[in-house]
Ligand binder design. Structure first.
Ligand code: AGP
Length: 608
C-alpha cells in the first residue's frame, strides 16, 4: 500500500509532507517523492529508497511553496526506481499526481495516450493518470480531474495539484483509503490518519466515489460527478500508535481485517469477460504450458501451507502431478527436475533464504520458476522467470495472514488460467470458479461475524498446553496453517493431523478435555470426518467444529460449531482460515504475549 500526504496552507509544505510520510513508513515502501508548487512551477523531487534518501536530496535543493503532495511507493506495477517513484506528471509538469491502488485499465489507456503522442518514462499505472489529466484538461482543475477519473477502472486514491490553479488541492477516493484533515488556515490529505495527527484531529474519511477540493481555508466534498456531499468531520481520539494500526489494537488484527480488500486488489486486473486473464503478467506461451509435465511448489511456513492448497487446485484443474516441498528440505535433496518441470516458489517477503536457494537450485537444473510474492523487486521476484504479485500491501505482523489468503488467490488464478489454456476444464467450470472468486471479499467480510464467539472460545482454550487441529483434504491443509498460527502466537503445543491418520498413533494423545478444532467443510468426505470426530469425542475431547452455515449435521456431534458463509468447496480455505487466525490472535491475548512480534521469530527469515 502506498502512502499519500498533501498540504495546502500558510506554512512551507516540504517539512510537513516529509513528516507526514514518515508517519506512514510503517506501511512499508521502496521509494518516495514530493511535488510542491513554488509560485511559478511545480517542482518534483523523488527517489528510490528511503525517506532519508529523499531528505538528503532536498537538503541540497529545498522545494519551497505552500501547496504540495508527497508519496511513499509500495511497488505494484514496475520495480522500485527513481522513474517509477511518485509524483508523476504530464510532459509540461502542469499536473502532478500521487496514487495509491491499482488502475486495472492502465495498459489500454497507455496505448490510447501513446497513440496521441504522449511519451511514457515509467512502468507505472499511475503515470497514465498524469498524462490523462493533461489530455482532458479543460482549464478547470476540478472538472478535469472528474473527466480523467471517469476513464479509470480499478482502485485509486489520488492527490492532484495543478500549476494553473495553485490555490486548490484535489483528492479522489475509489476503493483505496484517503482522509482529509481540516486545520486552521490549512488543510491536509493523507492515506492514513497518523500522517496528519500532529496538525489536526478533525478529519473527513472520504468514501468510495467521493472527492475533496481543498483550499487554504475551505474543504468542499463532492461525488466524482460533482454532486455536493454534506458531512460532519470526525474527531480522532486515537494516540499515534493506535492510529498506525488503523484503530486496531495490533497490526495482526488490522491485517486480518484487511483481507477482503487484499483479495479484491489481488483479483483486480486479472479477470476479463468472466475468465482469468494473466496474459499481461505470465509470458509462458500456451505451447510452453503444454510442455509442463509436473509442478513442484516450494516454500516455507505459511507459504508452504498455501502451497498445499495449490496442490489440490492444480491437480484438480490441470491433472498435472504436483509435489509440495519445504524449501529447506528441497534444496538439499537433489530434487528430480527437468526442463518440463514448473517450479512455483511462494514467499511473502521474497527474501526467505531457503526459498531463494530452492529457486536457484531449480533454475540450475533447467526448470522454469514462477514466483508468487508480495514484494515487488524482492530477490525472489527479480530472479524468477515469471512473477505473480499478491497485492496484499505490506504485512507488518510476524504471523502471516493476508499474505496467505492472497497467495491462495494467486494459486486459484494460476490454476484456472492453466486449465483455460490446456482445456482441462471446460469454460463454464472456469467461469463458475471466477464467479466464486469474486464473491470471496464479501464472504470473508461475513466470517468476521464469528469474532465474538472466537474470543469466548479463546478464553476457554487459553489454559490448555496441548491442542489438536483435524481435517481431511483441503481442510487438513488449512488445519496445518491454523495450528502454525496457534503455535507461533500462543506458544501452545498444537498438532494438525489428517483426521484419517489419527488412529495410527496420535489418538493416544487424546485425553479428557483436550480441545480439538475439527474442520468439516468438504462435503464429499463429511461422513468420514464425522467418524473421526466421534473417535476423539469418545475419548473426552472438547470438539469445536468448523462448517459451512448450511450444515445442520455437525452440531449433533461436536460441542460447538463455528460457521462460515457458503462458497464452493475449492475456495473454502480462504474462509475457514479466518476463524483460525482470529482464534490464535485472541488466545495469544489471553495468554498475554506479544501478538505482532512473537518470541524467537522474525518477519523475514533471510538466514538458513
Ligand atoms: C508465518 O506466520 C510465519 N511467520 C512464517 O512461517 C513465514 O510464513 C515463513 O517464514 C515464510 O516467509 P515468506 O513467505 O516471507 O517466505
Amino acid at each position: 500500500m502506498c502512502g499519500i500526504v498533501g498540504y495546502i496552507g500558510a506554512k512551507q509544505a516540504q517539512q510537513i509532507l516529509l513528516e507526514g510520510l514518515s508517519k506512514l513508513e510503517y506501511r512499508g515502501y521502496d521509494s518516495a517523492g514530493l511535488a510542491i508548487y513554488n509560485g511559478e512551477v511545480i517542482q518534483i523531487e523523488k527517489t528510490k529508497g528511503r525517506l532519508k534518501d529523499l531528505a538528503d536530496r532536498l537538503s541540497v535543493s529545498e522545494l519551497t511553496g505552500h501547496i504540495g503532495i508527497g508519496h511513499t511507493r509500495w511497488a505494484t506495477h514496475g520495480k522500485p526506481s527513481d522513474q517509477n517513484a511518485h509524483p508523476h506528471t504530464d510532459p509540461e509538469t502542469r499536473f502532478a499526481v500521487v496514487h495509491n491502488g491499482i488502475i486495472e485499465n492502465y495498459m489500454e489507456l497507455r496505448e490510447e495516450l501513446t497513440a496521441k503522442g504522449y511519451h511514457f518514462v515509467s512502468e507505472t499505472d499511475t503515470e497514465v493518470i498524469a498524462k490523462l489529466l493533461a489530455d482532458v484538461d479543460d482549464g478547470d482543475l476540478v472538472s478535469t480531474v472528474q473527466k480523467a477519473v471517469s476513464h479509470l477502472t480499478g482502485a485509486f486514491a489520488l492527490g492532484v495539484i495543478n500549476q494553473a490553479e495553485p490555490d486548490k488541492l484535489v483528492a479522489v477516493r475509489f476503493a483505496s483509503p484517503l482522509v482529509v484533515g481540516v486545520g486552521k488556515g490549512e488543510n491536509f490529505i493523507a492515506s492514513d490518519i497518523p500522517a496528519i495527527l500532529k496538525y489536526t484531529r478533525d478529519v473527513y474519511v472520504l468514501e468510495d466515489g467521493e472527492m475533496a477540493v481543498l483550499t487554504e481555508d475551505q474543504v468542499h466534498l463532492m461525488k466524482t460527478d460533482g454532486t455536493p456531499v454534506k458531512r460532519k468531520t470526525m474527531r480522532v481520539t486515537w494516540d499515534m500508535e493506535t492510529a498506525e494500526k488503523g484503530g486496531y489494537d495490533h497490526f495482526m488484527l488490522k491485517e486480518i481485517h484487511e483481507q477482503p480488500q487484499a483479495i479484491r486488489d489481488t483479483l483486480s486486473g486479472r479477470l476479463k469477460d468472466g475468465l482469468v486473464d494473466l496474459s499481461g503478467e505470465i509470458s509462458l506461451l500456451p505451447q510452453e504450458i503444454f510442455q509442463i509435465d509436473r509442478i513442484q511448489i516450494v516454500a516455507c511456513g505459511t507459504a508452504y501451507h498455501a502451497g498445499l492448497i495449490g496442490k489440490y487446485v492444480f491437480e484438480k484443474f490441470t491433472r498435472l502431478p504436483v509435489e509440495v516441498e519445504i524449501a529447506s528440505e528441497y534444496r538439499y535433496r537433489n530434487p528430480i527436475i527437468t526442463d518440463r518441470t514448473l517450479v512455483i516458489v511462494i514467499s511473502q517477503s521474497g527474501e526467505t533464504a531457503d526459498t531463494l536457494a530452492a529457486l536457484r537450485e531449480a533454475q540450475k537444473s533447467g526448470a522454469k520458476v514462477l514466483a508468487i510474492t508480495n514484494v515487488v523487486g524482492s530477490s525472489v521476484a527479480r530472479e524468477a522467470n515469471e512473477v505473480i504479485t499478491t497485492w496484499a500491501g505490506p504485512e507488518i505482523a510476524v504471523a502471516s495472514t493476508k499474505a496467505y489468503t492472497t497467495q491462495l488467490i494467486a494459486l486459484y488464478l494460476l490454476a484456472t488460467y492453466f486449465a483455460q489454456v490446456l482445456g482441462t476444464k471446460d469454460e463454464n467450470e472456469c467461469r463458475e470458479v471466477v464467479k466464486s472468486l469474486q464473491q470471496l471479499p464479501v464472504q470473508v467480510e461475513k466470517t468476521f461475524d464469528c469474532e465474538t464467539e472466537i474470543k469466548e472460545l479463546a478464553s476457554k482454550i487459553a489454559d490448555h498446553e496441548h491442542l489438536f487441529y483435524l481435517g481431511r483434504g483441503l481442510d487438513h491443509a488449512v488445519a496445518l496453517e491454523g495450528s502454525l498460527k496457534m503455535k507461533e502466537l500462543s506458544y501452545i503445543h498444537s498438532e494438525a493431523y489428517a483426521a484419517g491418520e489419527l488412529k495410527h498413533g496420535p489418538l493416544a494423545l487424546i485425553e479428557e478435555g483436550i480441545p480439538v478444532i475439527s474442520l468439516a467443510t468438504q462435503e464429499s468426505i463429511f461422513e468420514k470426518m464425522i467418524s473421526n470426530i466421534q473417535e476423539v469425542k469418545a475419548r473426552g475431547a472438547y470438539v469445536v467444529g468448523i462448517a459451512k452455515e448450511d450444515n445442520t449435521e455437525l452440531q449433533k456431534t461436536v460441542d460447538q460449531v463455528i460457521y462460515i458463509p457458503p462458497i464452493i468447496d475449492l475456495l473454502v480455505p480462504v474462509l475457514t482460515v479466518v476463524p483460525l487466525q482470529l482464534l490464535s490472535y485472541y488466545t495469544c491475548l489471553e495468554r498475554g504475549f506479544d501478538v505482532d512480534k512473537p518470541r524467537n521469530l522474525a518477519k523475514s527469515v533471510t538466514v538458513e
